[in-house]
Design a protein around this ligand. Structure first.
Ligand SMILES: [Mg+2]
Length: 398
């Protein structure tokens, strides 16, 4: 019996599906698509990779564009790194992605990392489908079946609704939906590092009013997280953090931008600190972790490089004694891609979900998103476990 015969016997399931026994030198990627769905002022963006044998893999590349022009431009260029390749060649795509991001101008970085991360998720979805296993099986296996999400009510609370009553109303909707953890960014109306003492005081008071209203709406026993969106320097963050103590916060996220400010704030507060949502790759997270910036790292599967990079970042965080709570505002595909990896992390804490953006969210994928009491059940279907529901997605390219 030749080696090829042995592979043929071992690969009988795959062969029965009309696929080759050896994925590395048979089924190959041969086309791509980009799809989008308008969600308020931005769009969710899905990238799709297709193989010669008819498999399709999807990934979330949403990066705050209204139409995915710039994301598509990067996908087109990066497609050349995977065209004719096996979906199992993740490290090869990663190497090309690292080069692409290193060469990107600062203003192009976000769309570049999103496109590269989306392609990477597509490859894992394809691998899972080829092997007939869920993605979590490819990352070490599940430690948990359900992933706890917090409801980020910040995007749902827009314009005139950014009042104590508006935030409280969205928090109550989240309570009714069963969530037991909530997040808001209460200082978005402030300038970054406001130097005028009166304006600073005014802005902080207003923000604390939002926090107070949400704490009252969710009661004392649910978790409350705030995101400072880098509005403060270390001195201001320490002062604002002290004023927020009565609200028993679960965490304070990105109160400052500069790593040295974050580190100073981190040392000064007993509350859990979190951040890193815009960082790309294990290399940027490694520097962030070494600088002692936060207790909990927040890699985004759409921005950090994808599912394998998310796992690697969680691993270095584990080594440093830190927790991992992926940043999340995403389509159901992005949240589920992250959830598969979260299910395998010993140091997972909580996943972010943008609550209340659009009422048809769950139906954008098939089967529809299964979110119960704020928990996402990680499916055992092959790959990420979703297909696009074409009623909600417009084709943009490919
Ligand atoms: Mg954030």
């Amino acid at each position: 019996m030749t080696r090829r015969d042995l592979l043929g016997t071992a690969g009988i399931t795959a062969t029965a599906r009309g696929l080759a026994a050896n994925p590395a030198d048979k089924d190959v990627i041969n086309s791509f698509g980009v799809y989008y769905s308008r969600v308020g002022p931005r769009s969710w963006v899905l990238v799709e990779l297709r193989t010669k044998n008819g498999l399709t893999g999807i990934g979330d590349g949403s990066a705050n564009e209204t139409v995915p022009t710039r994301c598509t431009g990067v996908v087109k260029e990066m497609f050349e790194a995977v065209r004719g390749r096996s979906p199992f060649e993740i490290e090869r795509l990663r190497a090309a992605s690292l080069d692409k991001v290193a060469a990107a101008a600062p203003r192009e970085k976000r769309h570049t990392v999103a496109a590269c991360s989306a392609l990477e998720q597509c490859m894992w979805d394809l691998q899972g489908k080829w092997l007939g296993v869920p993605c979590h099986s490819l990352f070490g296996g599940k430690l948990r079946d359900r992933i706890r999400n917090y409801a980020n009510i910040n995007r749902a609370t827009r314009g005139e609704n950014r009042t104590p009553e508006g935030f409280a109303a969205n928090a109550r909707r989240g309570v009714e939906a069963g969530f037991d953890a909530f997040k808001l960014a209460p200082f978005d109306h402030m300038s970054r590092i406001e130097t005028d003492p009166a304006k600073h005081e005014d802005g902080v008071r207003r923000g604390i009013g939002f926090v107070e209203a949400v704490r009252a709406a969710i009661g004392p026993n649910r978790d409350l997280l705030i995101d400072g969106h880098s509005r403060f320097d270390a001195r201001q963050a320490i002062e604002v953090g002290r004023r927020l103590e009565p609200f028993n916060l679960y965490w304070m996220e990105e109160m400052c931008r500069a790593p040295e400010d974050l580190a100073r704030f981190n040392r000064a507060t007993d509350v859990q600190t979190a951040g890193g949502e815009m960082l790309w790759s294990v290399k940027e997270f490694s520097a962030y972790i070494r600088a002692d910036t936060v207790d909990t790292v927040m890699p985004d599967v759409k921005y950090c490089g994808g599912m394998y990079e998310l796992k690697k970042i969680a691993v270095i965080a584990e080594g440093a004694g830190l927790l991992t709570s992926p940043h999340g505002p995403a389509s159901p595909v992005g949240n589920m891609a992250a959830a598969h990896v979260c299910a395998t992390m010993p140091n997972f804490d909580i996943l972010e979900l943008a609550f209340g953006e659009v009422h048809w969210r769950a139906d954008t994928v098939r089967p529809s998103e299964d979110l119960q009491d704020g928990y996402l059940t990680v499916p055992d279907r092959p790959g990420i476990g979703y297909e696009m529901n074409s009623e909600y997605w417009d084709k943009y390219a490919g």
